[in-house]
Design a protein around this ligand. Structure first.
Ligand SMILES: Nc1nc2c(c(=O)[nH]1)N(C=O)[C@@H](CNc1ccc(C(=O)N[C@@H](CCC(=O)O)C(=O)O)cc1)CN2
Ligand SMILES: Nc1nc2c(ncn2[C@@H]2O[C@H](COP(=O)(O)OP(=O)(O)OP(=O)(O)O)[C@@H](O)[C@H]2O)c(=O)[nH]1
Ligand SMILES: [Mg+2]
Length: 426
């Protein structure tokens, strides 16, 4: 067990309750000492205790205390929680006491890292936990939860088992066949290609198909609002966000930076982009804004264009046009809100087309996608080789890629990058 660490795992004080988590060697002694040497609560059951300052036993707070003996804890180590009152002073005093008792503040992601190192989570589950913590929409939550529960881990484990089976047979074939028995080897390699290897390739290909959807769920569909200055782009953004996120003025050229607003379209995440009005300009700041607007619009999944001839017509309160879809364009007024419901319904339908409901995708990160594609490439190469020695080499490359997917094999930098995405206390 590693050295004891602690962190505030709940949100920033002030809050109703603050959860301070502890994990590592000697954590139960620390809990005994901070709770006035009273006996420990029963495993995973909360008990009310007075927390006291170590050197003079002065009371710090009334708190609920829980212990989780390893390996049956989130980290796999002896762990504990102190549920204190959530004021800055209580949290600071309790943390100071924990430091005095020999625990140190945890780094970002360190609890999860220990869970990974004790084998309780693989790297795909770790990635999913980091997504679950920041999930904003229902679909993001469902996908991250399935992944955190081991959806891709189980799939990857089954791929690894199949691969090991195929490799074992090929290695045995290489070991036991007569040196000159090329024909037997070829017959054998043929059999592998037709059966188990093809099944494995098919299964990986099916999973890879879900990757674009996984990516969209994770990052959100992007919708850029474009058009000339004063078209009402920022007004439309504010109306859709139902917040005053972007500055609106009668002055042409108000918006310069790209402003991002997160939207929930029927459970599907989208990022709405407000952009600078497009026009010729000699102002270098505005020109930079326009260049950014164009770049973001080009990479967006959808563009709502408020220009004449674009797909959205604003200001119908001035023209007297009817709200909603007609003449191939959506008519609305960002000022009165007329036509906004039609736009939202249309956007929701569009989002549903781009992120179909059903099974949550098995692949959710670019890292996972790349490694599975790498494994698949090696398997396809194995399929095309007649020589079992070369086939075996490709299969080992595929196994290596799968090992990196789960994090069983891999460089420290990758782990560092993944765990540093977490906040402190997770
Ligand atoms: N208060 C609190 N709430 C929390 C967490 C936490 O650490 N503390 N979690 C932290 O992220 C999540 C829950 N995840 C957890 C995962 C495993 C175990 C655990 O102790 N597992 C043991 C025992 C299971 C049991 O009760 O039977 C095990 O799996 O062996 C605890 C929390 C969300 N809510
Ligand atoms: N009557 C009316 N005025 C609107 C409507 N939408 C926006 N406006 C007004 O038009 C002016 C410009 O609106 P903005 O939302 O700032 O326009 P923009 O397209 O973001 O402009 P830039 O950021 O300069 O490119 C403001 O005075 C708004 O109040 C609308 O639907 N009806
Ligand atoms: Mg604007």
């Amino acid at each position: 067990m590693a050295a004891p660490i602690f962190a505030l795992s709940s949100g920033p004080p002030p809050a109703g309750v603050a959860v301070i988590r502890l994990s590592g060697e000697g954590v139960f002694d620390i809990v005994r000492q901070i709770s006035g040497s009273r006996r420990l609560p029963p495993t995973r059951e909360a008990r009310l205790r007075t927390l006291r300052r170590p050197h003079d036993q002065a009371p710090l707070d009334q708190a609920l205390v829980l212990i989780f003996p390893g390996p049956n804890s989130f980290t796999g180590e002896d762990s504990a929680e102190l549920h204190c009152h959530g004021s800055p002073a209580v949290v600071a005093a309790v943390q100071a006491a924990l430091s005095a008792l020999g625990a140190r503040p945890a780094e970002a992601g360190e609890f999860t890292r220990r869970a990974f190192e004790s084998g309780r989570l693989d790297l795909t589950q770790v990635e999913a936990l980091s997504d679950l913590i920041v999930a904003e929409t229902e679909l993001q939550r469902e996908t991250a939860l399935a992944q955190a529960g081991g959806r891709l881990r189980d799939l990857a484990d089954s791929w690894r088992d199949q691969l090991i089976g195929i490799m074992a047979e090929i290695e045995a074939q290489l070991d036991f066949s007569d040196e000159g028995d090329v024909e037997a080897s070829n017959v054998y390699a043929e059999r592998m290609r037709g059966g188990p290897l093809t099944r494995l390739v098919d299964s990986m290909e099916a999973a890879l198909h879900s990757a674009p959807v996984g990516e969209r769920i994770r990052h959100g569909l992007t919708i850029a609002v474009t058009g000339p200055p004063n078209a009402g782009k920022s007004s439309l953004i504010n109306a859709l966000a139902r917040r005053d996120v972007a500055i609106v003025t009668p002055h042409a050229g108000t918006t310069r930076d790209v402003i991002e607003v997160h939207l929930d379209l029927g459970g599907r995440p989208a990022i709405l982009l407000d952009t600078a009005g497009l026009r010729e300009t000699s102002d270098p700041i505005e020109a930079e804004g326009i260049a950014r607007a164009i770049a973001r619009a080009e990479s967006a999944d959808l563009v709502l264009n408020l220009a004449p001839g674009g797909n959205v017509v604003n200001r119908i309160d001035e023209t007297g046009e009817t709200p909603g879809f007609h003449s191939g364009r959506l008519h609305l007024s960002a000022r009165t809100g007329a036509g906004l419901a039609e736009l939202e319904a249309w956007l929701t339908e569009w989002a549903e087309d781009h992120i179909p409901s059903g099974e949550p995708p098995a692949i959710t990160t670019a890292r996972q996608q790349h490694l599975i594609a790498e494994a698949l490439g090696a398997l396809k190469s194995a399929q095309s080789k007649a020589d079992p020695v070369l086939t075996a080499e490709d299969l080992r490359a595929a196994a290596h890629a799968l090992g990196r997917l789960s994090g069983r094999i891999g460089p420290e930098v990758i782990l560092g990058a993944i765990f540093s995405r977490f906040c402190i206390g997770k």
